[in-house]
Ligand binder design. Structure first.
Ligand code: LLP
Length: 420
């Protein structure tokens, strides 16, 4: 099956390019220090448009999981391409509102929402607050009563489906903290119907991330369809069903089906269950941004030890946490292709053994490297650990830099630590 697309390539002289322009040229234009995330907004726009097309005339909402990357430039690009957002915090809600996304195109999930976040979701009139427990349902009803305004709630169900993925990103199995167990779903609907402050608008799930094919997605979505059918058959209200995100991308070792295949599987499944009257919501994060962002790092030095040949770069696990946290693999390549196939163990400057990006055949000692497919869960998971500045971000369109968000610099960290 076709892999998720990327706009990363190499020109005929062996220079790494993004969106058709050399990364070295983009960095020169941007005037920001490395480590720097460089994004191709055109690629992101195209990914969203293609996904939209895969729904055809089917009524749907692509609720981009902005936890993957909440940069304003990316949100505005996706807004213009017609997507809404899936939120997990009030902070994200503020950014999404600031980026001009309509509250009616937002859903919020999260197992432990704060009162102020629930209040804001109700007051702003979000499309849905996705409830993850019976206990939360009672809290939302209480907040709605004190605000004197009804809350639109969706039930996030836990379908009890196991996926083949890292245990940290599987969410739909029985032991996960997420979602309402199927056994409690009827009780949840009863409580909504019994409350004058709650309106039942949807059923959702999210089974986990990095799904290589729609198999587990369809399996968990089937549980959603069954619940939706029962709800409608019993005369209850429902406006949407939400199958979640989790569409995989091609990180190198294993390709994934294209996001459009997940969308088509969702449309087919909904039709099979006779649920065409409901809006179909999906929550992709990674697949809309991951392949269109690259982390560029400078090489500080090499190091030859008896066991290994090391390459020390200026990006660490504080800039890109995925390898340290999940054992995730990201391809690393030199910015300019050099002769040879010498292998290097690429590591960052952080004082932790897990600050390790794996072994890569880079050839002769490069000056700069690019860590590929880091548009999702890259910058958003960055920290200042070890007294390091957050990385820079560069946004490109039509092969040229349109916006930069430079690193705040180390002194920003120093000041705040001294004031702490
Ligand atoms: N909807 C909900 C409720 C979610 O929890 C998530 C991701 C998504 C949608 C979007 O999933 P996606 O399409 O991006 O796979 N930091 C990890 C991924 C954590 C995903 C958490 N939930 C990583 O770097 O792989």
């Amino acid at each position: 099956m076709s892999a998720a697309m990327t706009t990363f390539a190499r020109d005929q002289d062996g220079h790494a390019t993004l969106g058709g322009t050399r990364l070295s040229t983009l960095l020169e234009q941007a005037h920001v220090p490395t480590p720097a995330y460089v994004y191709d907004l055109d690629g992101i726009e195209r990914a969203a448009s293609q996904l939209k097309q895969a729904f055809g005339s089917r009524r749907h909402l692509i609720a981009y999981a902005m936890k993957a990357n909440g940069a304003g430039s990316i949100l505005r690009t996706l807004r213009d391409a017609g997507t809404g957002v899936c939120l997990v915090s009030g902070g994200e809600m503020k950014v999404a509102l600031g980026a001009g996304i309509l509250p009616g195109r937002m859903v919020i999930s999260g197992v432990a929402k704060a009162d102020w976040e629930i209040d804001m979701a109700i007051s702003q009139g979000l499309y849905a607050i996705q409830v993850e427990s019976l206990e939360e349902l009672a809290r939302i009803a209480g907040r709605a009563r004190s605000l004197g305004r009804q809350a639109r709630v969706g039930l996030r169900i836990n379908p009890g489906v196991e996926i083949e993925s890292h245990s940290h990103i599987a969410t739909g199995h029985d032991a996960a903290k997420f979602g309402i167990p199927r056994a409690d779903v009827s009780a949840a609907f009863e409580r909504i119907d019994a409350s004058e402050w709650l309106v039942s608008v949807g059923v959702s799930t999210h089974v986990g991330s990095m799904l290589p094919t729609p198999k587990a997605y369809v399996e968990s979505a089937t549980a959603v369809c069954e619940i939706a059918r029962q709800r409608l058959a019993s005369g209850g209200t429902l406006e949407y069903m939400n199958f979640g995100g989790g569409f995989g991308i091609d990180y190198g070792p294993q390709a994934a089906d294209a996001p459009t295949e997940f969308a088509q599987a969702a449309v087919t499944l909904a039709a099979k269950h006779g649920l065409d009257e409901l809006e179909l919501v999906v929550e992709p994060g990674r697949s809309l941004v991951g392949p269109y962002g690259m982390l560029v790092a400078s090489v500080r030095q090499g190091k030859e030890s008896p066991a290994r040949r090391w390459l020390m770069i200026d990006a660490g696990m504080n800039d890109l946490l995925r390898p340290a946290l999940y054992g995730a693999f990201h391809r690393i390549e030199p910015l300019e292709r050099l002769p040879g196939t010498k292998e290097w163990r690429v590591v960052g400057p952080i004082c932790e053994s897990s600050d390790d990006f794996g072994t890569h055949a880079l050839g002769e000692l490069p000056e700069r490297v690019v860590v590929r497919d880091t548009g999702a869960y890259g910058f958003v998971m960055a920290s200042e650990y070890n007294g390091r500045a957050l990385p820079s971000e560069v946004f490109t369109k039509n092969g040229t830099v349109v916006h930069t968000s430079p690193s705040p610099g180390v002194d920003f960290w120093v000041e705040r630590r001294l004031q702490a």
